[in-house]
Design a binder for this molecule. Structure first.
Ligand SMILES: [Fe+2]
Ligand SMILES: [Zn+2]
Length: 400
C-alpha cells in the first residue's frame, strides 16, 4: 500500500515542550508522534544499518522523554534533534505517514487486514499449468488468504510434485509426521486418516503451540469404486463469528477456558507425548479472533476447576453443532490430480467414512509454516500482485 501513500507535508508543529511532533499532511489528516517513538524508530545510519536494515543502537543508552527540535531539510526529509542526547535523526515523510498510529490510522489498518468470513459455497479453482510462474503462485496464495482455501486441478501425481510447490512458498514445516505424509488405508495405522473411519471437522495437529500453517493436500488416487470418502471444508472464522452472535456466553467460555489437546502415542517409530492446554478460540483485548485449536480426536481430559466444567462441555457441543450445520460448508469428492491448499489455522476439514481396497483412495499432504507463507505472499504482492495488504492469517498477529 506504500505506493499510494500521500506523504506531502502541510505543516509541522512541535507540541508539549518538544515531546511530541504533530504533522498535518496535505490531505488535511494529522499524525502525532511521541519523542520516544521517533527516537526508537530513528532512521539515521547510526541507528539503523543501511545494508541489513537492522537496528543497531543500545536500547538502554537512549534518554527517555527527550525534547526535540524539528525541521525539514531541502531534500524533503524531516530532521529531528534530541536535545539532551544531542542525536540528529532523520525520517522520510513517507515512513512516518505509513507508520502513523493515530486512532483513525490504526482503525484503517485494522480494516485493511481484517480476514473476512468465507460465505461462498464453492471453492475457487485454478489449473496446475497456471502455477508455472510467480503470478500464478500469487493468485493461489492470495486466494488462500482471502478465502482460506483454493483448489488446483490436474496436478501431476508423480512423487515429489507437491513438495516442489511447497518449497516455492517457503520451508516445509515438519511435525511428528513426515515432511510429506500419506492418507491411505494401511496395516498398522498410526492415525485415523490411515483408516477408512470418519474424521470429524478438525485442524491438523493443533497440539503444537504453532500448529501447521498451510496444508497442501493432493489426491494421488481415488478409484470410482470407493464408497464414501468425501471431504468437507468449513471456515472456523465464519462459524465462530456467527457463534459469537448466537451464543455469546458459550463463545466467552470457548475463549477463556483452556481445553486439553493431546497426542500421546508411544507405540510407534517416533514416540510422541505432547499435551497443550489452550482455549479453542484465542482472542485479543478487543475480542478479535487470533487463532483456533480444534481436533475432537485429540481433545483430552479437561483440567479446569469444577465450576467451569459444565459450561465448557455445553459450549463445546454447541460449537461442534455450529460447525456441522454451517450453511457454507464445502463438500467435495476428490478426483486424481486435485490438490487443495488450505490455511490450517482457519479452515477445518472432515472426511466421511469410506470402504474399498487399500490404496484405492490415496491423498498426500504436507505443510508450510504460516509465517513463511505470509512472507511469500507479501513479497509476491509487491512484485507481481496488486500491492494489496495481506489479511490476517491467524498466526496471533494483532493491533492494539
Ligand atoms: Fe486432517
Ligand atoms: Zn538515529
Amino acid at each position: 500500500m506504500s505506493a499510494s501513500i500521500d506523504a506531502k507535508i502541510k505543516e509541522l508543529k512541535v507540541l508539549e515542550d518538544g515531546r511530541k511532533l504533530q504533522i498535518t499532511w496535505a490531505d488535511g489528516k494529522d499524525s502525532v508522534f511521541n519523542s520516544n517513538w521517533l527516537r526508537f524508530n530513528c532512521q539515521c545510519v547510526k541507528c539503523r544499518c543501511p545494508v541489513t536494515q537492522m537496528k543497531t543502537f543500545e536500547i538502554s543508552s537512549i534518554p527517555l522523554d527527550d525534547k526535540m527540535e524539528v525541521k525539514i531539510a531541502d531534500c524533503g526529509k524531516i530532521l529531528v534533534t534530541w536535545k539532551n542526547e544531542n542525536h540528529n535523526g532523520e525520517f522520510d515523510p513517507a515512513f512516518l505517514r505509513k507508520n502513523c498510529y493515530s486512532k483513525q490510522s490504526i482503525e484503517e489498518k485494522r480494516q485493511l487486514i481484517r480476514a473476512l468470513p468465507n460465505k461462498k459455497t464453492t471453492i475457487e479453482k485454478m489449473e496446475w499449468s497456471e502455477l508455472d510462474n510467480d503470478f500464478g503462485l500469487w493468485r493461489l496464495l492470495r486466494t488462500v488468504n482471502d478465502d482460506g482455501i483454493m483448489m488446483v486441478k490436474n496436478v501431476p501425481t508423480e512423487v515429489g510434485t507437491i513438495l516442489k510447490l511447497m518449497k516455492r512458498v517457503g520451508p516445509t514445516q515438519e511435525s511428528f509426521y513426515e515432511e510429506t505424509w500419506h492418507a491411505v488405508t494401511k496395516e498398522g495405522a498410526i492415525n485415523i486418516s490411515e483408516t477408512g473411519g470418519k474424521l470429524p471437522y478438525h485442524l491438523d495437529i493443533p497440539m503444537y503451540e504453532a500448529p501447521p500453517g498451510i496444508l497442501f493436500l493432493e489426491c494421488l488416487e481415488f478409484d470410482a469404486g470407493v464408497d464414501g470418502g468425501d471431504t468437507i471444508f468449513a471456515d472456523f472464522l465464519q462459524v465462530a463469528e456467527q457463534f459469537r452472535i448466537d451464543h455469546p456466553e458459550h463463545f466467552k467460555t470457548l475463549t477463556t477456558v483452556p481445553a486439553t489437546i493431546k497426542r500421546i502415542h508411544l507405540d510407534r517409530d517416533h514416540p510422541v507425548h505432547m499435551i497443550i492446554r489452550t482455549p479453542h478460540i484465542k482472542v485479543n483485548n478487543k475480542g478479535e479472533i487470533l487463532s483456533f485449536h480444534w481436533h475432537p480426536c485429540h481433545h483430552g481430559p479437561l483440567c479446569v476447576e469444577e465450576e467451569y466444567v459444565d459450561a465448557y462441555y455445553h459450549a463445546y457441543q454447541e460449537f461442534h453443532k455450529a460447525v456441522e450445520n454451517s450453511p457454507y460448508n464445502k463438500k467435495i469428492r476428490f478426483t486424481k490430480g486435485d490438490m487443495v491448499v488450505i490455511n490450517n489455522r482457519r479452515m477445518v476439514h472432515c472426511r466421511t467414512a469410506y470402504g474399498g481396497k487399500p490404496g484405492q483412495r490415496h491423498l498426500q499432504g504436507g505443510y508450510v509454516c504460516i509465517d513463511d507463507y505470509k512472507s511469500r505472499l507479501n513479497v509476491l504482492e509487491n512484485t507481481v500482485g496488486n500491492k494489496g495488504p495481506v489479511r490476517h492469517v491467524f498466526n496471533g498477529d494483532w493491533f492494539c
